[in-house]
Design a protein around this ligand. Structure first.
Ligand SMILES: Nc1nc2c(ncn2[C@@H]2O[C@H](COP(=O)(O)OP(=O)(O)OP(=O)(O)O)[C@@H](O)[C@H]2O)c(=O)[nH]1
Ligand SMILES: C[S@@+](CC[C@H](N)C(=O)[O-])C[C@H]1O[C@@H](n2cnc3c(N)ncnc32)[C@H](O)[C@@H]1O
Ligand code: SF4
Ligand code: SF4
Length: 348
């Protein structure tokens, strides 16, 4: 069965592209941030992301190897101007050769920031080897500090393992450690406790508006917890002062908490979309480029990687894919359809 198949983009749509090495699109944006999904597998089953049974397995021969991922990173950094690399999934820690992937990518692109987005299960045991391999920092998904709610939301009773993973990351200096919390109506009342916990641990919390990328297609705008509702709830316990974005392409807007210096972020992808400043490009675990989370097409580079293409030929395929990037996600547009892949299959 495998991950749903998408339409592959047509290279002919690049005739009007200027002859420029960087990853430009028609809307004047330049992609500098590469997000690489390395697996579809996961140790959790968050309801807003995965189906209860997990995603259909990718056939082993379709998965990019550590060496192939490192080659792609080298091309992205040296030919296409990528400045930041992030490993995601699925759950990157589920992949046994993760340390090897990080080490090879660091060697292919010395000095480039290598981050990981993770649920942190097992990170306490692997944080040191990952840091030694060149991992710079981690963002950890944690939606609630209430064990019962955590189990309901993720369909697994693993809150203590996540907390141990966060401590492990802090102990190994994989910092700043940022926490990502997707809010659901049933966990909204726990948002202030989560913020208090993060302030106490010295980690940077960001709340995220749920996007229509759940595998079960149950997202409904009317039940989504939006930034405005969340600010209202947080404001009842904390004094918040808006400070804006770290940089124009950062998804999170920041608020100072109780006079600072600690902050809380909100990633309001739906109600305060940041698509006009987007600097992202994505590589799926099977080696296709996605220009946007919500794309309905992908550009295969695995075939080129394995078919003897030169680095420059692969770079050109990628440039073409990004030139055709949409203006934005279009969630508010009439006739909007979510992509065939869910968040866990794209690589969030
Ligand atoms: N709309 C939109 N949302 C995104 C995109 N990438 C990530 N997100 C959302 O932002 C959340 C946080 O993403 P992270 O993987 O932690 O990355 P980040 O926030 O860009 O990373 P930092 O550089 O550490 O701030 C994800 O859980 C998604 O919900 C994107 O390209 N578009
Ligand atoms: C797909 S996960 C992959 C990495 C890792 N397993 C994790 O959870 O951090 C990446 C990010 O996507 C976010 N995410 C998943 N489904 C989402 C959705 N429907 N809307 C918004 N963010 C979502 C998660 O909260 C997480 O921060
Ligand atoms: S959000 Fe991350 S941890 Fe949760 S199911 Fe999706 S991939 Fe797994
Ligand atoms: S939805 Fe697409 S265009 Fe908007 S920020 Fe995400 S990747 Fe960029």
């Amino acid at each position: 069965m495998g991950i749903p198949t998408l339409r592959l983009s047509t290279p002919s749509a690049t005739d009007d592209r200027p002859d420029e090495p960087l990853l430009l699109d028609r809307f004047g944006r330049v992609a500098r941030d590469l997000r690489i999904s390395i697996t579809e597998k996961c140790s959790l089953r968050c309801t807003y992301c995965m189906p209860a049974e997990g995603l259909p397995a990718i056939a082993p021969e379709k998965l990019l190897s550590a060496a192939e991922i490192a080659r792609v990173v080298g091309i992205a950094v040296h030919r296409l101007g990528i400045q930041d690399v992030r490993f995601t999934g699925g759950e990157p820690l589920v992949r046994r050769d993760l340390v090897d992937i990080v080490a090879r990518c660091s060697a292919a692109a010395p000095g480039v920031s290598m981050a990981m987005t993770t649920n942190a299960i097992g990170l306490d045991r692997r944080a040191r080897s990952l840091a030694e391999a060149g991992l710079t920092r981690v963002n950890v998904s944690l939606d609630t500090v209430d064990r019962r709610h955590f189990e309901t939301l993720t369909r697994r009773d693993r809150l203590p393992a996540v907390m141990a993973g966060i401590d492990g990351a802090l102990a190994e200096g994989l910092s700043p450690v940022k926490i990502n919390a997707v809010l659901m109506p049933e966990t909204l009342h726990g948002a202030t406790d989560l913020l208090a916990w993060c302030l106490d641990r010295g980690v940077r919390l960001r709340f995220i508006e749920q996007m229509p990328l759940d595998a079960d297609h149950e997202w409904d705008r009317s039940s989504m917890v939006d930034a405005e509702t969340l600010l209202d709830v947080l404001g009842r316990r904390f004094d918040l002062t808006e400070v804006g974005r770290d940089d124009p392409s950062a998804p999170a807007e920041e608020w100072e908490v109780d006079g600072g210096p600690s902050t809380v972020g909100i990633i309001a992808s739906v109600t305060r979309s940041f698509c006009s400043d987007c600097d992202r490009t994505r590589l799926t675990a099977e080696g296709t480029v996605r220009s946007c989370l919500f794309s309905d097409t992908e550009t295969d580079i695995r075939g080129a990687l394995r078919g003897g293409a030169t680095d420059e030929e692969i770079a050109d395929l990628w440039r073409g894919a990004m030139w055709n990037k949409w203006a934005g996600h279009g969630i508010d547009a009439e006739g909007f359809e979510p992509p065939a892949r869910s968040m866990g299959a794209i690589g969030g």
